[in-house]
Structure formats: C-alpha cells, structure tokens
Ligand binder design. Structure first.
Ligand code: UFG
Length: 329
C-alpha cells in the first residue's frame, strides 16, 4: 500500500517524501507545480495536477493502492491571503474538501495534515499548547483551522482518522544538500538572510524593532524541516497502530529574535549582513513559542536539530550548493 503525498514537490512535502522513501514506503506524489518544484521530487510515482480537479484525483486513487494521505498542498502566504481571501478558501478549503470526499469514496481512512501556528493567532500565553485559544488573525490561518474542523467532522461521520501537525517556523534543508527551501517570492526570514549572505540581496529589512521583546524584534520558534519530516512518519505509524485523531504542535520550544537569527547567520557564514529597520509587518505576533510536550508524549517525537546554528548551517549548505534553488524550471 502507498502513502499519497499532496504538495509533495513543496518545501516540507519534498523532505517528507524523501523520508518516506528512505524508510522504504511506496510513495505517490501529487502536485500542481504551481509553487512546488519538479526537481524537489527525487523518487516515488509523480502525478502533476490540481487536487480540486475531482475526476483527475479520482483517477489517481483508482490507479494506486493508497492507505494513507499526507496533505501539504495549499497556498501559504499570510499577506497574499489577506489580499485575496477567495484564492485561499478555494485552494486550501475546497481542495481539501475534494480530497476528503475522494478518500471517503475510495475507503482511505487515514490523513496527516499540514497545519500551522497561524491557527492560534495572537497567543494567549507562552509556550502555546494545543488546547489554547484558536483565533487566527489571517485568512491563511483561518483556512487551516477550517480544514482541521472539517477533518473532525469527517472523523465523526465517516471514521476517517486524522493527525493535524501545527508547524511553527520551518527551516533548514535535507542533509544531502539536494533539496531545500525555494519559495518564489521568498518571504521567510532565514532564506532571505542567507540570500543576503550570498550577495543576492543588498540588505535585510527588519520588520519592526519596537516589539515588547528584549531586543525589540519578533521572536519565533524555529524547527528543522527534517524533524518535521520525522513527525509525519511517526504520525503515520500512530494512525496505522490505531491511534485516534489528534492535533500536535511541532516546535523546539525555544525562541530566537530576528536580530539573533541575523547574528547567527553572520557566525555560520562568516559574512556581514547589512540590515535596515522597517515598519512592522501587519499581523506579526511579537512572540511565538510553543510546547511540543504532547507530540513527544504521544508520538514519541524528539527533535534532533535543537540549536539555531545547526538549523542555519543546514540551510546555508543548501543555499551555497544551489544558490538559485531549483533554477528556472
Ligand atoms: N522578518 C523580517 N524580515 C524579513 C522577513 C521576516 O524581519 O525580510 C521577520 C518577520 O516579521 C517575523 C520573523 O522575521 O517576525 C519570521 O518571519 P517569517 O516570514 O520567516 O515567518 P512567520 O513567523 O511570519 O511565518 C510563519 C510560517 C507561516 C505561518 C506563520 C504564522 O512561515 O507559514 O508563521 O504566524 F503562517
């Protein structure tokens, strides 16, 4: 039986596909390649298409013997979601609805879902726990929360079991240096600072230095993409062993400010990073740090890449070996 990975050509999806292949799973990948990269898929059976295309997706389920789905396919830019909510509801929510219906029709009863810290919105306390208030401050976060709720009702009505993984700030790259982060446009802090280290950007804009944090810049909880991959593998095992539907934070439980990230990049790369203070970016919470105690206790998940320098060094290896990411495909 195969694991179907939607969005398997994206950043976290491609690392998870690599992890599945490394442990000998049969993997079927679907991706529209609108934001994913063909070069990021290094094995498995690949289908190019859009999960909203019902008859196409049905065909994939008919051709392959799928027992579990890992669902990454989504738009994920907070700013864009605020400018164009319909685009996000259509792709993220409608796309998942088609996927869940197709799974149900084909008797596939297990799904691992790519959720986000953005479901919490402005946190009510630190570290954030799964039972804390869910109040997204972006359309992107709202669509992911809507999907979590949809899965709960498919569980109630159809016995479809799910694990929802709420990632904090994904970073780093595969140990092989062959796959890594390549968003276009890039909006995430670590790749932007590394592009500055490569001389591809003249400076890094720091979005606000007047937050209520020790150095005034925003604090985030960075987690290595390979640790995220491992959590997906453990979530599959958990569901296959009869585990019941649940939601888990994936994070290191440690926060680093924007300035600390920039200083660590300078240490890792040995290059000076020019910076400029800009206005705050709309919707950025000051501090996002979470607890992964539940994932550790229930899934047995223990992140291996705890230090920020290690996470950044792994991203730097990718950016140096592939300075233009997957190139102009
Ligand atoms: N930042 C800068 N300059 C930049 C880019 C980012 O100062 O050029 C700052 C941001 O303001 C933020 C921090 O760096 O304070 C991290 O920003 P990222 O864009 O790397 O990550 P976010 O915390 O905004 O985003 C993450 C996930 C999203 C998710 C969001 C929820 O990547 O998918 O958390 O808040 F939606």
């Amino acid at each position: 039986m195969a694991v179907l990975v939607t969005g398997g050509a994206g950043y976290i999806g491609s690392h998870t596909v690599a992890g599945l292949l490394e442990r000998g799973e049969d993997v079927v990948i679907v991706d529209s390649l609108e934001t994913g990269h063909a070069g990021a898929v290094r094995g498995g059976t690949f289908y190019k298409g859009d999960i909203r295309d019902r008859s196409w997706l049905e065909g994939v389920f008919r051709e392959q013997r799928i027992d579990t789905v890992i669902h990454f396919a989504a738009y994920s830019l907070v700013g864009e979601s605020m400018a164009n909510p319909a685009k996000y509801y259509d792709n993220n929510v409608q796309g998942t609805l088609v996927l869940l219906e197709t799974m149900q029709r084909n008797g596939v009863k297990r799904i691992v879902f790519s959720s986000t810290a953005a479901v919490y919105g402005e946190p009510e306390r630190t570290p954030i726990r799964e039972s804390d208030r869910l109040d997204p401050t972006s359309v992107y976060g709202e669509t992911k929360l809507t999907i979590e709720r949809m899965m709960r009702w498919f569980q109630t009505s159809h016995g479809m079991e799910y694990v929802s993984l709420r990632y904090f700030n994904a970073a780093g790259a595969h140990v092989s240096g062959q796959i890594g982060e390549d968003h276009r446009p890039e909006t995430h802090l670590i790749p932007i600072v590394l592009q500055a280290a490569l001389g591809q950007r003249s400076e890094v804009a720091i979005f606000g230095d007047d937050y209520a944090t020790p150095d005034g810049t925003c604090i985030r909880d960075y987690i290595h993409v390979s640790d995220l991959c491992n959590a997906h593998l453990l979530a599959i095992d958990y569901l296959r062993n009869g585990g019941s539907s649940d939601v888990f934070n994936l994070c290191n439980g440690q926060g680093f400010s924007v300035l600390e990230v920039i200083r660590t990049v300078e240490q890792v790369t040995g290059r000076a990073i020019p910076t400029a203070i800009h206005e705050r970016r709309a919707g950025d919470p000051a501090v996002l740090i979470a607890s992964a105690d539940k994932a550790r206790a229930v899934l047995g998940w223990v992140p291996q890449h705890r230090s920020l320098a290690t996470i950044i060094a792994s991203a730097w290896q990718w950016h140096q070996s592939q300075p233009h990411g997957y190139g102009s495909e």
